[in-house]
Design a protein around this ligand. Structure first.
Ligand SMILES: [Zn+2]
Length: 190
């Protein structure tokens, strides 16, 4: 499963992996399990089958803002403390801004102090990872939507229990959908 999701990354990412080889990937991923899931939050929201969505660059540019395109399709990183989702405290689900697949539940969100929305786990089977060497050659675990491949952010092993993982996500790559009927008020964003 992981391998399949991994290969689902961009052609450039696959090329990078091929150049690095399998040994580097194993060393980097042996330290922790980036897709560890310990709760059932959001499992009921996952489609029975997650069919890949593929679009051309032009098609993506037609449906995404330039900033969303830069993050989701070109793996740019938003500036910290710029996303209104940093302060989103309501109960609900964070969806992929590219294809609307539910990726994170509010129960797993926490304040990491980094300036990016942070979660200790993704909803089961909704994200994939690959090793990313773009940061001074230091291996990092990139995380992306399992359906459209949209880049979300990175996963680090300094998060809180119960997983010990920190999914450091670009807020612009997510949209928030508050739960209905749980006391949430659909107020204007802010
Ligand atoms: Zn997606």
């Amino acid at each position: 499963m992981n391998r399949r999701l991994f290969l689902f990354g961009s052609a450039a990412a696959v090329t990078t992996l091929a150049a690095v080889g399998l040994s580097g990937r194993k060393i980097a991923s042996a330290a922790f399990d980036p897709l560890k899931v310990t709760t059932t939050y959001g499992h009921d929201l996952v489609p029975a089958t997650i069919e890949k969505i593929e679009k051309t660059v032009e098609e993506w540019k037609a449906v995404l803002t330039p900033d969303q395109f830069a993050v989701l399709r070109e793996e740019a990183t938003e500036r910290p403390f710029t996303s209104p989702l940093n302060n989103e405290k309501r109960t609900g689900t964070f969806h992929c801004a590219g294809c609307d697949l539910p990726l994170y539940r509010s129960e797993t969100k926490y304040d990491s102090g980094t300036g990016w929305p942070s979660f200790y786990e993704a909803i089961k089977d909704t994200v994939g990872t690959k090793i990313d060497y773009s940061y001074f050659g230091i291996p990092r675990t990139e995380v992306h939507c399992a359906r459209c491949g949209g880049h979300q952010g990175h996963i680090f092993n300094d998060g809180p229990q119960p997983t010990g993982n920190r999914h450091c996500i670009n807020g612009i790559a997510l949209t928030f959908h508050p739960d209905a009927g749980s006391g949430n008020v659909e107020s204007e964003s802010g």
